[in-house]
Design a protein around this ligand. Structure first.
Ligand code: PMP
Length: 386
């Protein structure tokens, strides 16, 4: 097997900082393993039963109810489970919510994923870019008065957490009458969100909520009326909502795992406020090392919009960054290499990353800085936020 995880003994779990698919709670993996051959009381694996069987009826209903209670989804909104990843949503959103509208859709572009969403929307209809952080290398978010939103828009699209750059909205901006459409792929279920103020939320599951294969949509019911009858049925929110997410065979296993992750969150943290505080405390451990490093570690994100999910930073040279990744891997801290467009290091510390993993990374970072700082002349070389 080709891997940077050569040190892993058989059966040994490393601390996995992958941006996604990402670490899952051990309890969830154990439950999957335990029930893989036979769901209790069902006599078959979840992989082998009909998506219209009573057993899957309950999995679907419990998962939906669980998410609704955790997120506080009001009756005005509907939860839909789809396939195709968040990328398909980049197209489905304008197909359903922009097609036939006289107003453009506003996009606030705060990183790679927001840029991708805007690009795909422009293939479908009229897109207005209300802010684009490209010039500052997506190292910060706009202030409220920098966003030039149209007085009216079909909707306003944001990315709540830019996974690659590590910038995260702490509070969603007010979009007035225009429905807020938000890509919450990389901070879904990591903190509370006021669903009543949103038009549509979407998230692929493979970061905080389970495995690749299912994408969760939370849509305000009145917006379903915008889905044109001429849309191919598999691309219509209205059809999927009417068919209870079973217009075709849904990703049964991914929905099952999402349900297990929901229960793990409920049983471990109780609610999303508690989980958010836990996540912020974990992230602070790493940001404190950055801040104390006198420029050896240069954070990519401006301090006020640092992500609690993806901690991104550079070292004084690429050779030090390579050494950092290699030495960390030797200590069982893996998948820390940053995305090629940002470079440096990215530590993804989603819900399921244990505190012990973040503490171990913090200690490694402190030691690495101490042993390399004087040799590197860090203060001169590091450029601060980029
Ligand atoms: N949006 C964000 C914020 C993401 O982090 C990702 C995946 N990294 C995507 C969209 C794309 O998701 P998918 O690969 O499921 O299409």
């Amino acid at each position: 097997m080709v891997t940077d995880r050569k040190g892993a003994a058989a059966g040994e779990r490393l601390f996995n900082f992958s941006p996604g698919p990402a670490v899952l709670p051990l309890e969830v993996l154990e439950e999957i393993r335990r029930d893989m051959l036979c769901l209790p009381g069902v006599g078959s694996s979840v992989l082998e039963i009909s998506h219209r069987s009573p057993a899957f009826d309950s999995i679907l209903a419990e998962t939906r109810q669980g998410l609704a209670s955790l997120l506080g989804v009001p009756d005005t909104h509907e939860i839909i489970f789809l396939q195709g990843g968040a990328n398909l949503q980049f197209s489905m959103i304008p197909m359903n919510l922009l097609r036939g509208q006289s107003l453009p859709a506003d996009y606030v572009i705060t990183g790679t994923w927001g840029a991708g969403a805007a690009k795909q929307a422009a293939l479908e209809g009229d897109v207005a870019v209300s802010w684009d952080g490209k010039a500052c290398n997506y190292g910060r978010l706009p202030t409220a008065d920098e966003i030039t939103a149209s007085p009216k828009a079909a909707y306003v699209h944001l990315t709540s957490n830019e996974t690659i750059q590590g910038v995260q909205w702490k509070q969603m901006p007010d979009t007035g009458d225009a429905p807020l459409v938000c890509d919450v792929s990389s901070d879904f279920l990591s903190r509370p969100i006021d669903v009543s103020k949103t038009g549509l939320l979407y998230a692929c599951a493979q970061k905080n909520a389970g495995i690749a294969g299912v994408t969760v949509i939370v849509i305000r019911k009145d917006l379903l009326a915008r889905s044109a009858a001429s849309l191919p049925p598999m691309l219509s929110y209205k059809v999927h909502a009417e068919k209870d997410s079973r217009a075709n065979t849904p990703p049964v296993f991914a929905i099952y795992v999402l349900g297990l992750v929901y229960r793990w969150i409920r049983d471990t943290f109780g609610d999303l406020d508690t989980l958010a505080a836990h996540n912020a405390a974990k992230a602070a451990l790493l940001y404190d090392v950055l801040d104390a490093s006198e420029g050896f570690y240069a954070g990519h994100a401006a301090a006020e919009c640092r992500s609690d999910m993806n901690v991104t930073f550079r070292l004084p040279s690429e050779s030090l960054e390579k050494a950092f990744v290699a030495e960390a891997a030797e200590q069982g801290l893996v998948d820390l290499k940053g995305h090629r467009s940002v470079g440096g290091i990215r530590a993804s510390i989603y819900n399921a990353m244990p505190l012990a993993g973040v503490e171990k990374l913090r200690d490694f970072m402190t030691a690495f800085c101490q042993s390399h700082r004087s040799a590197s002349g860090a203060a001169d070389a590091a450029g601060g936020n980029s």
